[in-house]
Design a protein around this ligand. Structure first.
Ligand code: GTP
Ligand code: MG
Length: 200
């Protein structure tokens, strides 16, 4: 896989002008968005990662095999920035997600170790109301035993089931042990195929 940094922008209007399909990664700060992009592309250091939340601050485009884009977004719910900065970031993300015409899927990342977080549930609600296409990706699966992983997933699904009749596709991943890589990449390649067909 050939993965290259393409651009960084603050406003969706300034993102690359393109007809190629793209996939964006969203979720709380530190959930592992940038790490997952590196894992999926097999390119260490492509997207900048950090132990300190709030590393990604712009809308970063990466071009893959000259045919599709992965987009790394800043996380939400990062406590150490002020309220004003936070709402600017959130507006930037929301504008991008609702306006970007070639956006095929949003990957909604959730740390599998945590109980359902209000900020995530709110974001899921917002995407559903906007009818945005998204899938749920649990991250950091390597940090839990098989048993705990299953329990954690059940708790999350039960919470979602209380509110929704239908759930989006769900993936369990780890950037450390590469779990879920094939599954996520096949969703992307199948979606790319459909996207090209639809445009013809
Ligand atoms: P922001 O850019 O701040 O929004 O964060 P992010 O969501 O891009 O998170 P990032 O990829 O920078 O990862 C945050 C921290 O979690 C880093 O220290 C990563 O090494 C670690 N991390 C990410 N994914 C995994 C994973 O699957 N397993 C483990 N063990 N650690 C992970
Ligand atoms: Mg990041």
């Amino acid at each position: 896989m050939d993965a290259k940094y393409a651009s960084s922008c603050v406003e969706w209007e300034k993102c690359p002008e393109t007809n190629l399909p793209e996939y964006a990664f969203i979720g709380r700060s530190n959930v592992g968005k940038s790490s997952l992009i590196n894992m999926l592309t097999g390119t260490r250091g492509l997207a900048r990662t950090s132990n300190t939340p709030g590393k990604t601050r712009l809308i970063n485009h990466f071009i893959i095999d000259s045919a599709w884009y992965l987009v790394d977004l800043p996380g939400y719910g990062f406590a150490r920035v002020g309220k004003k900065d936070r709402s600017v970031w959130e507006a930037m993300i929301r504008h991008y997600l609702t306006n970007r015409a070639n956006l095929v899927y949003i990957f909604m990342l959730i740390d599998i170790r945590l109980e359902p977080q209000q900020s995530d549930l709110n974001f899921i609600r917002w995407m559903a109301v906007k009818e945005l296409p998204f899938v749920i990706v649990f991250t950091k699966a390597d940090k839990l035993s098989k048993d705990k992983l299953w329990k954690s997933q059940q708790i999350y699904l039960n919470t979602l089931n209380e509110e929704w009749e239908e759930l989006p596709p769900i993936y369990i991943t780890s950037s450390s042990d590469h779990r879920g890589k094939e599954e996520v990449l096949s969703l992307i390649s199948e979606s790319n195929r459909q996207y090209v067909e639809m445009r013809q």
